[in-house]
Design a protein around this ligand. Structure first.
Ligand SMILES: [Zn+2]
Ligand SMILES: [Zn+2]
Length: 317
């Protein structure tokens, strides 16, 4: 089968044997995959990664023959817990110390004609949800994680900083939840997507309001975004840190302490609420798909995904 490979900041194609699923695992034929910022970071060498990337996918289960998932269109949780530790027992495979992660840590990713995942990681794509929307399940789940971590009341004013893929999804998810979202970004055309779901938007970095929000979601992907988030948060407010910023970030701890600001790190989330939201039709995802490429043109797809202004790039076998 065709398989995408990343090593030494280079994308290449390989012929690989079709994987044999271990007991408890399903063999999944890829229908569509999405390139995420994490994939770009793997390519740039932040994690010393070499292997097959891809963790946003929709596929069809083709084996084992006795699987209850056989023939079903599925998405899958990307964290594979050990299944034996305390965190796994608490349903927190996402925090299992021995976990592997699809396409990121020691489990071959989804950018190939076939992949494998434990059957317990799978979720059926709800009827009526197109696969081009379902491929957003994983990043939508990451946005939904905010609601598992922080109480946000109906009508509460929330600032989201950053109009990249994750910022746009965080804004849409929180707006759909009933918050009153103000999205701050740099691209008029991206802000327009969030505006379509009722979010208020602000273009540019000038005049960010000081001490204005009880909840600020930082999704700029930059260290400067975190400093802005601190300035914008009210005393006793909460900053949800969604950007994975590499290296050390300078933080004005005096503001954090004196104003008693809570900083919540936030990463992957549960798939169930994400699929429920997808079924609700409240999200605007079509405008977030910038381009599609066949797997055989993965190198071009990765190049496209790194262009300025590009949002989501999809891969199809
Ligand atoms: Zn991702
Ligand atoms: Zn575990």
């Amino acid at each position: 089968m065709l398989s995408v490979h990343i090593a030494d900041s280079h994308v290449s194609l390989r012929r690989a044997p079709r994987p044999l699923p271990k007991p408890g695992y399903a063999l999944i034929r890829l229908l569509v995959g999405g390139i995420c910022n994490t994939d770009i970071e793997l390519l740039r060498g932040y994690y010393g990664f070499a292997g097959r990337p891809g963790h946003e996918f929709v596929g069809v289960v083709e084996a084992p023959a006795d699987s209850k998932w056989l023939g079903k269109t599925v998405v899958g949780e990307i964290n594979l817990g050990c299944g034996k530790c305390e965190r796994c027992a608490a349903g927190l495979e996402r925090h299992c110390a021995r976990r592997t992660v699809l396409g990121i840590v020691k489990h071959p990713g989804a950018f190939a004609e076939y992949l494998t995942l434990p059957e317990r990681n799978l979720y059926a794509v709800p009827r009526g949800v197109p696969i081009e929307h379902a491929v957003f399940t994983e990043p939508i789940a990451a946005a939904c994680e905010i609601l598992d971590q922080v109480k946000i009341a109906q009508g509460a004013e929330v600032a989201v900083l950053g109009d990249g893929k994750l910022g746009l999804l965080c804004a849409q998810v929180l707006q759909a939840h009933g918050a009153s979202v103000q999205l701050y970004g740099r691209h008029a055309e991206k802000l327009r997507i969030a505006a379509g779901t009722g979010c208020a938007t602000s273009l540019g970095e000038r005049g960010l309001p000081a001490r204005a929000y009880d909840t600020v979601v930082e999704a700029t992907g930059s260290a400067a975004g975190f400093a802005s988030a601190i300035r914008m948060t009210r005393p006793r407010g909460t900053i949800v840190a969604k950007s994975t910023v590499h290296g050390n970030v300078e933080v004005d701890m005096a503001r954090v302490i004196v104003d008693e600001i809570t900083v919540v790190g936030s990463r992957c989330g549960r798939f169930a609420p994400a699929l429920q939201l997808l079924r609700s039709g409240k999200l605007r995802l079509d405008g977030m798909i910038s381009a599609e490429y066949p797997l055989s043109e993965a190198e071009a797809a990765f190049a496209k995904a790194q262009e300025r202004g590009v949002i989501k790039v999809l891969l199809r076998p």
